[in-house]
Design a protein around this ligand. Structure first.
Ligand code: DCP
Ligand code: MG
Ligand code: MN
Length: 369
């Protein structure tokens, strides 16, 4: 959190956008998803503006900016702050809850529970709380896991995994998705999709994943597994997926060789003036059969808001979109629960899924909302 998430600081509305996104985060914490989405949409619309938006009237005229967001925009331009955001950010209990939910594996329910029990610090939690194995790692590596990954390091981590993957099976294809694919200059984690030509089921890739994970674990690149999901019969929400942490070997840090990258380095990892310490990074490995690659690319590129609007659009058209494909002839009951699985329309080709949905193609860089 913090910093301009994917927003270039030279954007004339950068500061306002950042505050709107922080406001959205606050409402997310409160479980107020409707408000969260409104502020995110407004931030995204503002990002498209070539000039600085100064007034309520200018803001409200922009598509996807509602009354509340327009008020906040004017307030911020006039006063340099959003009072509502300040109040939320200054509330000590809300602050504490936000802090606790920065622990990997901790959500708002868990955080509120701890606060009710009187815990106020990480040490309280460490000493008194019952922790799941994931939460324990979240606490032990709290600072690392809350440090964003510079884009160049995402690339270096990806390259490392690609080399290991190719040495096991030269035919696999790896694609970095998530915020990286959307062009972000830093990411919360690294999401890697793994596929191979001719595959139609994740079963055909599981042996490969096992080998890759053991190789990378043996050499010390993967440091811990957080969760592994295996596809079960009834479960179409998760394909095979491996989640854990990794560290980049020191000599693979971008720019370490004094190359161009070091010259215009904007990374947090500054060589020379700071003792190098390997930073634990969150990594997700996702198995995707070739027949589902298009749908998986859409899903794992996100962002989550964009995905939700694509799924809603599919629903409106009597279809269903998930990370495995676009399905037609879905029959729903009155509560909108689906009664059948429908027929696969398209899974493999990202562009064709857009086309079948009747929406014009959006480059990954344009999928921030
Ligand atoms: N995703 C989703 N709904 C969720 C969680 C994830 O649709 N509730 C999809 C969209 C995300 C992608 O999965 O872009 C990867 O999830 P991440 O949590 O890794 O999010 P990002 O990569 O987008 O951002 P970050 O930089 O924080 O990792
Ligand atoms: Mg990610
Ligand atoms: Mn992820």
């Amino acid at each position: 959190k913090g910093g301009l998430r994917g927003v270039e600081s030279k954007n004339p509305n950068a500061e306002t956008i950042n505050s709107l996104l922080e406001l959205a985060d606050q409402h997310n914490q409160e479980g107020q998803n409707w408000r969260r989405d409104a502020y995110r949409k407004a931030a995204s619309a503002l990002k498209q503006q070539p000039v600085k938006i100064l007034t309520y009237a200018e803001a409200i005229a922009i598509r996807n900016i509602g009354e509340s967001s327009a008020e906040k925009i004017e307030e911020f331009v006039k006063t340099g702050r959003m009072l509502k955001l300040q109040n939320l950010q200054n509330d000590p209990m809300i602050k504490l809850r936000g802090f606790f939910t920065n622990i990997y594996g901790v959500g708002t329910v868990q955080a509120d529970h701890w606060i009710r029990k009187g815990y106020r610090t990480l040490d309280d939690i460490r000493e008194k709380a019952h922790l799941t194995p994931c939460q324990k790692i979240g606490i032990d590596h709290f600072d690392d896991l809350n440090t964003r990954i510079p884009r160049k390091e995402v690339e270096a981590l990806g390259a490392h995994v690609v080399r290991a993957a190719r040495s096991i099976d030269p035919d696999v294809q790896l694609i970095i998705g998530g915020s990286y694919r959307r062009g972000a200059d830093s990411s919360g984690d690294i999401d890697i999709m793994i596929t191979r030509q001719g595959t139609s089921s994740t079963d055909q890739l599981i042996t490969f994943l096992d080998e890759l994970v053991s190789k990378l674990t043996d050499e010390g690149f993967l440091t811990v597994a957080l969760a592994a999901h295996r596809k079960s019969h009834a479960d179409d929400t998760s394909g095979s997926k491996w989640q854990g942490c990794c560290v980049l070997p020191q000599d693979e840090y971008p720019g370490d060789d004094g190359s161009e990258a070091a010259a215009n380095d904007t990374n947090d990892i500054n060589r020379g003036n700071c003792k190098w310490r390997p930073i634990w990074r969150r990594i997700d490995l996702l198995l995707v059969p070739e027949t589902e690659l298009g749908a998986a690319l859409i899903y794992f590129t996100g962002n989550d808001i964009f995905n939700r609007s694509m799924r809603l659009l599919a629903q409106k058209k009597g279809m269903r979109l998930n990370q495995r494909g676009l399905y037609a002839n879905i029959i729903r009951d009155r509560s909108n629960a689906k009664m059948n699985d429908g027929e696969l329309v398209e899974g493999e080709d990202e562009r064709k899924i857009f086309r079948h949905l009747g929406v014009h193609w959006r480059e990954p860089l344009e999928r921030w909302c």
